[in-house]
Design a protein around this ligand. Structure first.
Ligand SMILES: Cc1cc2nc3c(=O)[nH]c(=O)nc-3n(C[C@H](O)[C@H](O)[C@H](O)COP(=O)(O)OP(=O)(O)OC[C@H]3O[C@@H](n4cnc5c(N)ncnc54)[C@H](O)[C@@H]3O)c2cc1C
Length: 548
């Protein structure tokens, strides 16, 4: 059996960072197993390729969630990246960290070393913030990391009017929502340079792939962990995927799971680590009973308002026929083009109620609109969209293997809006969203509300609209939750070691105890940078001194 110091399962956001960091030491050998293919496809790198990768089975696991009451019995698409870079190769390119209270909350739950002041140096380490000197406060922003964080340069009358409308509603412009505070309105920050996506694979993994001590294997689907008693000693995978050749690789130091919030708990469960009743029902021998594996799943659930636009061109018209040819040519010549845009252009962070202590709502605006369902087909009329969501949802669900077959999609049940508190904040958000998209400065472009329709005014009607067309924002997390020893439903400790096991860690979005007030990629990168130091036995970077 081949042997490495570390075997990493998954070359996504976290796996790419870890593979790069651990193999910096040329005496350390690292093997990375990635179920998907290489990330050569141009649509991964062209930002607008998002619409294609969102529905492409070659680079996407194309999961979907179980129906539930508050999705009106609908299954909702749950795309996950399946290629080098993982979800960072198919995501919306946005860079957003969240709020100080998110990480301080993790520390307050007994996770030592995970407060915001401890996390901040690792956020900084991931990024090269490319902004004008005045905008990048070095307390918060890094300048020599692997990932370029750039500002959106695109300007159009609809976006400018939207921002003006928000300001008139009392929401201030914020020049850096990843700086001192998140609240306000601004154009998004993105992980795009020179019109091309920079995934975790492009930023971290590819530059390391020439190292002789790093072996990256694509089309390598991990099917089981190899356990000796309570120690993980290797991984079994199928070379070539389903029906491929079984291969075993040994890890002399550790197996590190970076399969993401759906696949990491599934792999643990089918390997015999998880809730005993579930494993028994699957016919899997219980090697290590751990009740929390797969539980605590959360996601952001976002209803949308769509308005028909007059007297302005939206992305919908620019995406067809001759205008599209023009956009392609502009892109080819390095000029501003819709091909270099991400799916959403403006962010607003605000409160559901002036009396609540913390900002609890996020809004996104884009001068485009999509047909019902996942964001892959634009409407045939000029449209603009605002989405809103509760930033820190209380509703929790689960990921459970359906069978012991490593190729069978697991059950994904986020239980969207099950908690009353989530519905309350969501409703408040919808009311603010409607005001934002029909504000006075936008009136000259606003023809009418297409969805849900301005006649839908009552709370019941708005909740029905949320049920009909609310959707995921792709932020699944929490299924191998980090927690202290006295918390029996936690899965990993604050060093990300699987409880009761040896030689086994989880490092990805599944370890998050609670939802950050943000999209998740920035936090996953931070987690992986921090984990790399833990695994290498290095002292953590010095915590940042922050004003109270
Ligand atoms: C469509 C979409 C849009 C998003 N938009 C944004 C955004 O704009 N901004 C943002 O901050 N966040 C966004 N996110 C969320 C963010 O990208 C993810 O939360 C983050 O990338 C997750 O990182 P991860 O390392 O946990 O998992 P992933 O990046 O998903 O990596 C997991 C990797 O493991 C591999 N793998 C899984 N199982 C196995 C197995 N058994 N054997 C071998 N390999 C395996 C997978 O193929 C994948 O490559 C988006 C996500 C999606 C899906």
């Amino acid at each position: 059996m081949e042997s490495f110091d570390y075997v990493i399962v998954g070359a996504g956001s976290a796996g790419s960072v870890l593979a790069s960091r651990l193999s910096e030491d040329n005496k350390t050998t690292v093997c990375v197993l990635e179920a998907g293919p290489s990330d050569w496809h141009p649509f991964i790198h062209i930002p607008a390729g998002f619409m294609y990768t969102l529905v492409n089975p070659r680079v996407n696991w194309l999961y979907s969630s179980e129906p539930s009451e508050w999705t009106g019995g609908r299954r909702i698409a749950a795309p996950r990246g399946k290629t080098l870079g993982g979800s960072s190769s198919i995501n919306g390119h946005i860079y957003n960290r969240g709020q100080r209270l998110d990480f301080d909350g993790w520390a307050q739950r007994g996770n030592r070393g995970w407060g915001y002041a401890d996390a901040l140096p690792y956020f900084r380490r991931t990024e090269n913030r490319m902004a004008s000197a005045n905008d990048a406060d070095p307390t918060f922003r890094g300048s020599d990391g692997a990932l370029p964080i750039t500002d959106l340069e695109w300007r159009d009358p609809l976006c400018e009017a939207f921002i003006e409308g928000a300001v008139q509603m009392g929401i201030p412009r914020n020049k850096d929502y990843n700086g001192t505070q998140q609240a306000g309105v601004s154009y998004v920050q993105r992980i795009i340079r020179n019109g091309r996506r920079v995934s975790a694979a492009r930023g971290y993994l590819h530059p390391a792939m020439g190292r002789p001590n790093l072996s990256v294997r694509t089309h390598a689907h991990a099917s089981n962990l190899i356990l000796e008693g309570k120690r993980a000693v290797g991984v079994r995978y199928l070379k070539g995927g389903k029906g491929g050749t079984p291969v075993e690789v040994r890890a002399t130091k550790e197996v590190i799971l970076c399969g993401g919030a759906v696949n990491s708990p599934q792999l643990l469960q089918i390997s015999g680590i998880g809730p005993a009743p579930l494993l028994k029902s699957l016919g899997v021998e219980v090697k290590h009973a751990l009740a929390g594996v797969g539980e605590n799943l959360r996601d952001h659930y976002a209803p949308r308002f769509v308005a028909r636009v007059k007297d302005a061109e939206t992305i919908n018209e620019k995406s067809k026929g001759i205008p599209l040819v023009r956009e392609v040519l502009k892109y080819a010549f390095g000029r501003q083009s819709i091909l270099a845009l991400n799916p959403t252009l403006i962010y607003v962070f605000w409160k559901s109620d002036p009396n609540v202590e913390n900002y609890d709502l996020q809004f996104t605006f884009t001068p485009a609109s999509y047909k019902e369902g996942v964001q892959s087909t634009l409407d045939d009329f000029p449209g603009m969209t605002i989405a809103s969501w509760q930033q820190r949802p209380d509703s929790t669900g689960y990921v459970r293997a359906k069978t012991a077959d490593p190729f069978a999609a697991p059950i994904i049940q986020p239980n969207y809006l099950a908690a009353e508190s989530d519905r309350r904040v969501l409703l408040a958000g919808m009311k603010i969203a409607r005001k934002l998209i029909s504000s006075q400065p936008l009136q000259k472009f606003y023809e009418r509300e297409e969805f849900p329709g301005s006649e839908k005014q009552s709370d019941d009607e708005l909740l029905t609209a949320a049920k009909q067309r609310g959707t995921t924002t792709f932020h699944l997390m929490g299924t191998c939750r980090m927690g202290p020893e006295n918390d029996p439903t936690s899965v990993v400790d604050d060093q990300l070691r699987v409880r009761g096991m040896q030689g086994l860690r989880v490092v990805d979005a599944s370890i998050m105890p609670t939802m950050p007030s943000a999209n998740l990629n920035a936090s996953v990168l931070m987690i992986a940078e921090k984990a790399a130091d833990m695994i290498r036995g290095k002292a953590p970077l010095e915590a940042v001194k922050l004003a109270d």
